[in-house]
Design a protein around this ligand. Structure first.
Ligand SMILES: [Zn+2]
Length: 249
């Protein structure tokens, strides 16, 4: 079993739109140790928040409770954090990459365009990068060129077993990637990150329908092609996303 847990490591409760949403960190078991897909905020982000973290968590009404951080949630699952050897990032925005600081020994796998965008605050939401969260980190693995195809999508194979792929989907950020994780029986788990809202959930769990232009601007225009992928292969692919709606206020 590759997939172990999906941890909600930052609740979003924005007043507009009036919804509650989760921010997910996936915990995977690989032959090279445990791997996270995204990692939320670090404990120091909540205990001693930089100004931008204060601002963003206030805008999103995210409780700054260190117990929700990935590091502490692992402990509640009786996982020693030292077992985490890899962190795979969909992108490096404030609420996805902050947790790197709690795992200074882990190798961070990220698309090189994303790292460069984060260093220079590039992209539509360039303000959403906080260098202070990860600029001290020592262990990085950068990727650029696809080496295979996954259901017709160009993909990059990570040096992990079972197979885990980065699928470049620039748009939300310049180096955004989805992450495909091979499961037992040739089935896959697809973390779409911020390339799609959770159209694959039942309608009552999908309370926000932003206009198409806003989806295209905010997520890069992949929703229609991902809906097609879901429709044609949902028996083989389980979908999830970086944020999923929990309910309306
Ligand atoms: Zn983002």
């Amino acid at each position: 079993m590759t997939f172990l847990y999906s941890l909600n490591c930052a609740q979003l409760n924005p007043p507009i739109p009036a919804i509650q949403a989760a921010t997910y960190c996936l915990v995977l078991d690989t032959q090279q140790g445990l791997a996270l897909v995204d990692c939320g905020y670090s404990t120091q982000d909540f205990l001693n928040p930089p100004l931008i973290v204060r601002l963003f968590t206030w805008l999103m009404r995210t409780p700054r409770n260190p117990q929700t951080c990935t590091l502490n949630q692992l402990a509640t699952h009786e996982i020693n954090p030292s077992m985490v050897q890899h962190i795979i990032l969909t992108h490096m925005h404030i609420d996805h990459a902050g947790g790197i600081a709690d795992f200074p020994w882990a190798t961070v796998h990220v698309h090189c365009q994303e790292y460069e965008a984060a260093r220079h605050h590039r992209g539509r939401v360039g303000i959403g990068y906080v260098r202070k969260q990860w600029q001290q980190h020592q262990h990085w693995a950068f990727y650029e060129n696809p080496d295979c195809e996954w259901f017709g999508w160009p993909a990059i194979t990570l040096p992990l077993t079972p197979t885990i792929l980065l699928i470049p989907t620039p748009g939300h950020t310049p180096g955004h990637c989805m992450v495909a994780i091979k499961q037992q029986s040739n089935c896959w788990l697809l973390q779409t990150g911020s390339a799609a809202y959770p159209f694959y959930l039942p309608a009552e769990q999908y309370p926000v329908h932003p206009p198409v232009w806003l989806q295209r601007w905010g997520m890069g225009g992949y929703v229609q092609s991902l809906k097609k992928l879901w429709f044609e292969h949902r028996d083989q692919i389980t979908f999830t996303s970086g944020h999923e709606f929990v309910k309306r206020h």
